[in-house]
Ligand binder design. Structure first.
Ligand code: DHE
Length: 541
């Protein structure tokens, strides 16, 4: 029985009894060496959701007093087996061993140690240029169709595989950061920028033969987002990394990744609430209307418009417009390449920013814990241009009208809630040339659902077909992150298994939904997000 349920049943007496039991079970305090090891595991695996300071965000706050009430055995069980709300089963997946779980459970009973905060000088020392811009090729050194390359994140090996999308052939594998998170294309598409959870940014030049990491730096200790400058005249000039810890946004030179400017995001929460020390940077996109980035702060509920056009001047001025939007901002994408739609996930809302007028435009009710990735755009015969998101906590794709100028009656309204057979969606994706929106379910607790995909009919706004991907369950894999090729004729989806077992990337025909190919090999380990060069550079989704 849940501790809460026991408490309800037994009332005050029960609470006292549980507290006494937990105290009796209380383990010895961690030795300094154990604490250091536990802090590292916590930082690498837990801080992403619960925060370095354990104040909570995507996951709940982990207050040492409350943790002590739950007791170390309960904590060990949760860390081993996960919880339906999204807590991963670290032990069952084999990522954390019994000894690690024991250490982390005991660590949670103690006050969090002060996390390190590197200086700008220390950060600058992490900067390495392997091939200076003047020594890089002026045209591609291979005959491959590099605009149809896919960058496949191999999460737990800390690598990115570059795959030739035409030939479905591995081109090369490059090292990136620990538990590599995402890739973004530079404005021209020539470079992939990777960001690791350890804050390491890598610049991959796709014109080299084979493509290679030409520059790197580590602007922070924990990061999730990276973006390039895309406005006309600034293409590939700058890059920006959004950090979880320290809570900062770091501007880099786009061609060398030299750290140029560091901005703290510690800020008051929306509505002049408390000062948030751990205001982490979530999604970042580069505006098409102005030389600026749209930067979303998760815990303080602000969206910053960051003007990068003066960075070449003395003192590197960086004007920032701060808009109070809403708390728990996470991921999001473009609608009509003008409106940036970001999920305020714990509030079950979507926030819309008009990047042309540079204003807050609307707030829309989504399903439970919306998770768009970047979402999907298409033209509907009745509603005009629409954008859609999946939801982790409810079996629904939420479709929103996005054209206030030509279809004002549908703008920022949910025009359809498409029912899915399962909850647990992380990503949906489409392409202008495909009639389908493809939906995954990697967060479903059911192995069969997690191994399945659905296709939504973009005209009828209903599920047309769902299928289990053969072979995925046997490999204990979850199908994740659909991505189209440049022409929109193929859909690629990764089978996300454990690091010990190679899996595969499956390729479907984007019209018939028939399996066309499977990319596999010893190197295909923990494939998660994959990014097509052309679609990522030109924001096609
Ligand atoms: Fe992500 C996007 C944060 C776990 C794969 N993820 C994002 C973004 C944020 C974020 C802020 C938006 C970036 C942007 O657009 O600039 N992700 C987090 C977390 O905090 C979280 C919940 C926990 C953690 O500790 O990291 C988390 N993410 C995951 C995963 O477990 C996933 C499924 C696998 C993995 O590689 O780690 C995962 N996240 C992705 C992907 C995207 C992403 C593939 C980009 C989607 C796209 O199409 O653009």
């Amino acid at each position: 029985m849940e501790v809460k349920a026991v408490k309800r049943t037994l009332g005050l007496l029960g609470s006292l009894l549980l507290a006494a039991l937990a105290l009796a079970q209380a383990p010895a305090p961690l030795s300094p060496a154990e604490k250091e090891e536990a802090a590292k595991i916590y930082f690498d695996r837990c801080a992403g959701c619960h925060g370095v300071l354990r104040k909570g965000a995507t996951g709940p706050a982990l207050d040492p007093k409350k943790m002590a009430e739950k007791g170390v055995e309960y904590l060990k069980a949760v860390i081993f087996g996960g919880l339906p709300g999204g807590m991963p089963d670290w032990g069952r997946q084999g990522i954390l061993k019994e000894k690690d779980i024991e250490l982390v459970a005991r660590f949670l009973l103690e006050q969090p140690p002060a996390p390190p905060v590197p200086t700008f000088e220390e950060i600058k020392k992490t900067w390495k240029v392997h091939v200076p811009p003047e020594k890089r090729p002026t045209k591609p050194l291979h005959n491959r169709n590099w605009q149809n390359f896919f960058g496949q994140v191999l999460r737990d090996t800390g690598q990115v595989a570059i795959i030739d999308g035409d030939k479905k052939e591995l081109v090369t594998i490059v090292p990136t950061g620990f538990a590599t998170h995402i890739l973004r294309s530079s404005a021209t598409g020539r470079y992939f920028m990777a960001i690791g959870r350890d804050g390491k940014a890598s610049l991959i030049d796709l014109w080299m033969n084979p493509p290679q990491v030409v520059a790197e730096s580590k602007p922070c200790l924990d990061a999730r987002s990276i973006e390039s400058s895309k406005f006309k005249g600034y293409e590939d000039k700058y890059a920006v990394v959004g950090c979880y810890w320290p809570p900062t946004m770091v501007v880099l030179d786009g061609l060398t990744l030299e750290p140029l400017k560091m901005v703290s995001t510690i800020s008051y929460a929306k509505g002049a609430g408390e000062l948030v020390m751990e205001a982490r940077v979530a999604a970042i996109v580069a505006s098409h209307f102005n030389p600026e980035w749209i930067v979303n702060l998760k815990e303080s509920g602000q969206t910053w418009l960051v003007d990068y056009s003066n960075l070449h001047k003395k003192g590197r001025p960086l004007p920032i417009t701060m808009i109070d939007t809403d708390l728990f901002l996470h991921d999001g994408g473009w609608a009509l390449k003008r409106y940036f739609i970001v999920a305020a996930n714990a509030l079950n809302k979507l926030i819309v920013i008009d990047t042309k007028t540079r204003e807050f435009a609307a707030e829309v009710e989504a399903g439970v814990r919306p998770h768009p990735g970047r979402g999907s755009n298409w033209e509907h015969p009745t509603y005009g241009p629409v954008w859609a998101t999946g939801n982790i906590g409810s079996p629904e794709v939420t479709v929103v009208g996005v054209d206030p100028e030509k279809h004002p009656q549908y703008a920022w309204k949910v025009v359809k809630r498409i029912t899915l057979p399962y909850a647990g969606t992380l990503f949906i994706k489409t392409h202008p040339n495909s009639p389908w929106v493809i939906v995954d379910f990697p967060m479903s607790p059911s192995p069969q659902a997690a191994a399945s995909l659905c296709a939504i009919d973009k005209r009828k706004l209903e599920v047309a077909k769902c299928w289990e991907v053969p072979g995925a369950q046997e490999l204990k894999a979850r199908m994740v992150h659909p991505e189209f090729n440049k022409g929109g004729t193929e859909i690629w989806v990764s089978a996300w298994g454990s690091k010990d077992t190679p899996t595969f990337i499956v390729v479907y025909d984007a019209l018939t939904l028939k399996e066309k190919a499977r990319i596999t090999g010893d190197w295909v380990r923990t494939p998660t997000g994959k990014f097509n060069v052309y679609n990522t550079a030109y924001d096609i989704y």
